[in-house]
Design a protein around this ligand. Structure first.
Ligand code: NDP
Length: 338
């Protein structure tokens, strides 16, 4: 099996590549420049010829992936902007949509060997961030509200809606492409919420952490500007190791083809991770935000039905404690504890 992984130098991409290499796959990882590939070459040196790089400078260019897809048997498309660095909705939507459709087009035209494509989507494409519906959300739900908000408000839309719209539009475009083209592969999409864990991609200072890990780092170590954010319900999480495993299971399970999967370990408030940091005592606890006993924490307001991921993919989920132990050990090793 030869797997193309786009966005190989990202937080998720790096773990996805490592998971595949550990399982014996051949992996070609795309990065925007040779410079961005250097860390990966070092990180995956032990896997020898089973890891190689492909430079794809601009995923919004037509035919960007034409060379990279050649000879591959499957694709995991993780590359997409997840940061709030621009006001312009196009900065989110163009790479997400054109990158995804471009990847599918290149696969359709240049790689008849491809049997399956897995696109990393998000719960951002399932539920709107302001929702408080009490019933669990499922793979049948779509966040169309963010698309409307961005259409109506443009640059003035909340940045979170720009990101969510980019994920909804990209995932919809992927399913539309599959429906309207006669191709050799089937499609799987994965919808995770906040992904947490220690980073293995290139990151030499906390200021450069990727968006989701930055949220956890600030909540637990750096402190958030407003304490209520620590107890604000609504978010869900998944361990990056489980999400990486979900990607390879999505390739391996024949029955997964044609399905969309919500991938989450469950709801959280950030305060829970603070409490766990106190209990684990891996980094100095004196500077942590105070503990708040669990009974005083708010009940979840957004939950998901994850039975498809368990029954079709066969995925199991790690606990908050397990993820936090690895996360804090890593912070201690890096000296990023305060
Ligand atoms: P990172 O920012 O760490 O990685 C994103 C990857 O996508 C990088 O390789 C980045 O390349 C690439 N990328 C971003 N924008 C562009 C662009 N315009 N052109 C080419 N490549 C680009 O984010 P994550 O690893 O967290 O995210 C990976 C995927 O997971 C994304 O699809 C994201 O939407 C999804 N996701 C992430 C969640 C999370 O909590 N982290 C939650 C739900 C979904 P470069 O480094 O060169 O910018």
């Amino acid at each position: 099996q030869k797997v193309l992984v786009s966005g190989a130098n990202g937080f998720v991409g790096c773990y996805v590549v490592r998971n595949l290499l550990e399982k014996g796959y051949f992996v070609r990882g795309t990065v925007r420049s040779a410079e961005k590939g250097k860390h990966l070459t070092r990180l995956f040196e032990q896997y020898g010829h089973r890891f190689e790089l492909a430079v794809v400078p601009d995923i919004t260019e037509e035919g960007a992936f034409d060379e990279a897809v050649k000879d591959m048997t499957s694709i995991l498309h993780t590359a997409s902007p997840f940061n709030y660095k621009s006001d312009d909705p196009k900065a989110y939507i163009d790479p997400a949509v054109k990158g995804t459709v471009g990847m599918l087009q290149s696969a359709a035209q240049n790689a008849p060997s491809i049997k399956r494509i897995v696109v990393t989507s998000s719960v951002a494409s399932v539920v709107h961030w302001t929702s408080t519906r009490p019933t669990p959300w499922t793979e049948d739900d779509w966040n169309t509200k963010s698309i409307t908000v961005v259409e109506e408000q443009g640059v003035h839309a909340p940045d979170v809606d720009k990101y969510c719209a980019s994920k909804s539009l990209a995932e919809k475009a992927a399913w539309d492409f599959k429906r309207t083209n006669d191709v050799s592969w089937d499609l799987v999409t994965l919808c995770p919420p906040f992904i947490f864990g220690p980073v293995i991609h290139e990151c030499s200072r906390p200021e450069d952490l990727n968006e989701s890990v930055d949220v956890l780092y600030k909540a637990v170590v750096k402190g958030l500007p407003d304490e209520p954010a620590l107890v604000r319900p609504g978010a869900n999480w998944v361990d990056v190791l489980d999400l990486a495993e979900a990607h390879s299971l999505a390739l391996e399970q024949a029955a997964a083809g044609g399905h969309r999967f919500i991938i989450t370990a469950g709801p959280h408030v950030l305060q829970e991770f603070v409490n766990i940091a106190h209990t684990l005592n891996i980094i100095p606890t004196g500077t942590l935000p105070r503990e708040i006993p669990e009974p005083e924490l708010p009940a979840p307001i957004v939950t998901y039905n994850t039975s498809k991921s368990k029954h079709i993919l066969g995925l199991t989920y790690r606990s908050k404690e397990e993820m936090m132990a690895r996360f804090l050990e890593d912070l201690k090793t890096r000296g990023w504890c305060g």
